[in-house]
Design a protein around this ligand. Structure first.
Ligand code: AHR
Ligand code: AHR
Length: 488
């Protein structure tokens, strides 16, 4: 059985069921999600390998071979048609796309295995988010509901708001009690929990709540950073509960169960669904979603416990983010451009012999260039600052300085020790999109790869909103031969 079979048994059926990793009903064999590829803009649906099973990641890998793919639709498995697509502009902010919509997620940012079978989650970067405004079956007003999601406890930030759940149908902040969603992260604008976070909280609109206290600290709401975690928000007719646990083992614990904050009773839910954003499309947060559902009615504790056991039995585990020729920590490397006409250029700190700036460009360097020039194009590979499976590139001129993106342009900056810097400086080498060497994916924005554009270095997404995201020459511009020296 799947989580939604369990909730059905308890007369609190799923009214929305979203997952890119597996079927959430024993009998479900329809589409889980839709990917769109960069090479020709065509799309395909990814379904479970068999009814009730794990997603057919191999079908995605074949469809997306030697190109980029994004997740355009997350299908609702409940039969209500509550499919999620990139979110429209909201009251707080418009998304980064030229039409004001949020970005779709990369299809390869969150690889995992479920009992050994590969699948992909949804790695949501700042600017990424999904929504459906016109839903069917979802709780409105003061109707009760239960919501759970399986998330990555190591991927978060302190911005508003990485959410999954019930939100406004107009993408505006319509006031207290117009939302009821799971929040995960370290945002401390409103409530917080114990320690330094991240925490599971409830986004009830105009506030992320760990209890009924406004601007409070609920010491029973622990820092929850399990690699795979289960988060639950339960919205009753006269209160709410927060539950959480390790999605790989054990039971759920209750972090809060009581009344709502003042001004939030009764609720005024509107029944739209969001993923990765706040109710008004605040889109600065990040997180990873693997599966989640919303029910009709407040599920009993026995149902929640059975769902947690079902998630544990699904066997979530990590798998590697890197592929292609090995780029090993401890080595010193050069990265040669493969774009025809530019193949004598290497990724280098901008400058001439002995003088340099912090920008990263491509420069013609040969084995007979002066060593002071060669140094600009030599990079020390270290374990990724934000993710040990990936790498960071340390300057061979200024130790402690690394390649990082800022406004999606590459710079060499001193590590300030912040989580933001670590995210910006972590890159995952993959098999090159054009077959020559590696394409170097941004860990925190996995739609984006190292790209040379007019001899300057960026992290670029294929066909994205920035001028350097142009599709023309994309595969060649994002492919580099990683070597140990310069050609003659
Ligand atoms: O409640 C927290 C956030 O506040 C909501 O997600 C957003 O709509 C508002 O900015
Ligand atoms: O490069 C994109 C973002 O720009 C970085 O993550 C951030 O540091 C800056 O705002």
């Amino acid at each position: 059985a799947g989580p939604c079979d369990i909730y059905a048994q308890y007369d609190t059926p799923c009214v929305a069921a979203h997952s890119t990793t597996r079927a959430l009903y024993n009998s479900y064999n329809g589409p889980l999600y839709e990917v769109v590829r960069g090479s020709d803009g065509s799309s395909t649906n990814i379904a479970p390998l068999s009814a009730g099973g794990v997603a057919n990641a191999g079908a995605q890998d074949s469809f997306c071979a030697n190109t980029t793919c994004v997740i355009q639709t997350i299908y609702d498995q409940s039969g209500n048609g509550n499919n999620l697509t990139p979110a429209p502009p909201g009251g707080e902010t418009a998304g980064p796309q030229s039409n004001g919509y949020d970005n779709p997620a990369s299809a390869i940012g969150a690889p995992v295995t479920l009992n050994g079978q590969k699948a992909y989650g949804i790695f949501s970067s700042p600017g990424t988010g999904y929504r459906i405004e016109d839903t069917k079956g979802v709780a409105t007003g003061n109707e009760p509901e239960s919501i759970y999601a399986v998330l990555d406890g190591t991927h978060f930030n302190d911005n508003c708001c990485f959410d999954y759940g019930n939100a406004e149908t107009n993408a505006h902040d319509d006031g207290d009690a117009t939302m009821e969603a799971i929040y995960f992260g370290t945002c401390t604008v409103w409530d917080k929990g114990a320690g330094s976070g991240p925490w599971i909280m409830a986004d009830l609109e105009n506030g992320l709540y760990s209890s009924n206290a406004e601007y409070g600290t609920n010491s029973a709401d622990p820092t929850q950073n399990d690699r795979f975690l289960t988060a639950m928000v339960k919205g009753g007719t006269d209160g709410f509960a927060l539950l959480g646990g390790n999605a790989q083992s054990g039971d759920l614990s209750t972090y809060y169960n009581g009344s709502r904050p003042s001004g939030y009773q009764p609720m005024n839910k509107q029944g739209a669904i969001i993923l990765g954003i706040g109710g008004d499309n605040s889109d600065g947060a990040q997180g990873t979603f693997y599966e989640g559902v919303m029910t009709s009615g407040l599920a009993p504790a026995a149902a929640d416990a059975a769902v947690q056991a079902n998630v544990v039995a699904a066997g979530y585990a990590t798998t590697s983010l890197v592929s292609g020729p090995a780029v090993n920590p401890g080595s010193t490397v050069t990265m040669r451009v493969t774009t025809p006409g530019f193949t004598t250029r290497y990724i280098a700190q901008n400058g001439t012999s002995g003088q340099y700036s912090s920008s990263v460009v491509t420069t013609v360097i040969t084995s007979s260039s002066p060593s002071s020039l060669q140094q600009l194009g030599l990079w020390k590979v270290v374990e990724g600052l934000a993710q040990s499976d990936c790498v960071s590139f340390e300057s061979s001129i200024t130790s402690g300085s690394y390649i990082r993106h800022y406004a999606f342009e590459l710079y060499v900056d001193a590590n300030d020790g912040s989580a933001q810097f670590a995210d910006d400086a972590t890159f995952c080498p993959k098999a090159a999109l054009n077959g020559q060497g590696n394409s170097i994916m941004s860990w925190s924005y996995p739609t984006r790869f190292f790209r040379n554009y007019a001899d300057t270095m960026f992290v670029a997404s294929e066909g994205g909103p920035q001028y350097f995201d142009t599709t023309n020459s994309y595969n060649n511009d994002v492919s580099y031969v990683v070597g140990s020296g310069f050609e003659s």
